[in-house]
Design a protein around this ligand. Sequence first.
Ligand code: CTP
Length: 222
Amino acid sequence: MRFLVTAGPTREHIDPVRFLSNPSTGKMGFAVARAAAKAGHEAVLVAGPVALKTPRGVRRIDVVSARDMLAAVMDELPAADVLVMTAAVADWRPARTASRKLKKGEMKPVLELVRNPDILRTVKKSLGASRAKKVIVGFAAETGEPTAEASRKCREKGLDLVVANDVTAKGAGFGTDTNVASFVSPDGSIERLPLMSKDALAARIVKRAVLWYTVDGMKSRA
Ligand code: CTP
């Protein structure tokens, strides 16, 4: 099967030396791409700016902004069987990006922002009726109990699986090598997983996606 995985943060530039972003390090997404390749699948990784080495057997596309990430995902989507969106995509970007460094005196104390596209919603819309042939996995990183929000995102974005985690929980969150997650399914069922390495969680996500793909494939052939 062919896995398309996004990882890391996006950067939304104000000028060449200033940007809006978040603390994502890309570890979870790189682990998913590595796990997919290890399990014998093709893996393409669309990575925001991170300091990680490309896993063996993975094709990597580097991007900076949410709009770059959207373009790369849309280019790679037709060939993918599974999309795993681990990236922490910035929801907003500055209304204007200067092409040269702004002097502090040229900047206003309030920054005007505009919404970035939602990559998962755009993907879902573009797939339309053919969606049954692809498995779409989202993440929900929350501060506090994440499963209610994850269920809402699963429903609203029409996902096949949401991996929910509380980024403030011990052993979870940005930059850690472990995670504490729950699998939230479209039927509302929740599987709570124990603390485990991001590599172990990645392997479970890959297994689950393969299972979904097989079940969906059987459904569409029936
Ligand atoms: N996501 C996306 N495009 C965006 C923002 C998020 O595709 N512009 C994806 C993320 O990669 C993740 C999922 O949507 O897989 C949920 O991300 P999150 O930031 O939790 O979702 P939002 O819809 O932005 O939720 P909120 O209402 O909490 O801001």
